[in-house]
Design a protein around this ligand. Structure first.
Ligand SMILES: [Cu+2]
Length: 176
């Protein structure tokens, strides 16, 4: 029952984004979730959470909607709260275990498309956290796009994020 409810909520959230990305983006348009207008990109529902047992790592998730009218690419990210920030994805190894690997060459985001960074898939990895990601804290994040350049935003820590648990297994191999 719980699972069903979550799945329904997820479908609802994605439907909203589908509507938003196909229609014209009128000023003051309401989304059910928080979004950031960053010029060429609309950033949907960004949040950060801790990863791993020792909470020395974290990850940031969001939807990046390209509204700039030209194909672009996310080539990097940085935040002062982590010693290393990188673009990661999850792949299944020959034994069926999901492993995190760096995304080489960045993430392509064609014009008018939305790319979701979500649990079990692509994510912005934070390694060597200088302090724990405390619930409700806000951390500064800089995204670097090939064409749109640097975009600075604040990302809220939400360690109990609901809605994307069904996106995939997060059976990570981590050293911490
Ligand atoms: Cu990762």
């Amino acid at each position: 029952m719980k699972t069903l409810t979550r799945r329904t909520a997820l479908v609802a959230a994605f439907s909203l984004c589908a509507i938003a990305s196909t229609g014209p983006l009128a000023a003051g348009e309401n989304h059910e979730h928080m979004h950031v207008d960053a010029g060429n990109f609309l950033i949907h529902a960004p949040y950060a959470r801790v990863m791993g047992k020792m909470a020395k790592s974290g990850a940031i998730f969001m939807g990046l909607q390209n509204v700039g009218g030209t194909d672009d690419r996310l080539i990097g990210a940085s935040t002062p709260v982590a010693r290393m920030t990188s673009l990661h994805t999850n792949v299944e190894d020959p034994n069926g275990v999901m492993k995190m690997v760096p995304i080489k060459g960045g993430v392509s985001i064609p014009a008018d498309k939305t790319h979701w960074f979500k649990r079990g898939g692509d994510h912005i990895m934070l390694m060597g956290l200088k302090k724990p990601l405390a619930e409700g804290d806000t951390i500064p994040l800089t995204l670097v796009f090939e064409k749109a350049g640097k975009v600075r935003l604040d990302v809220k820590v939400d360690n109990h994020h609901k809605g994307d648990e069904g996106m995939g297994r997060m059976n990570m191999k981590m050293d911490d």
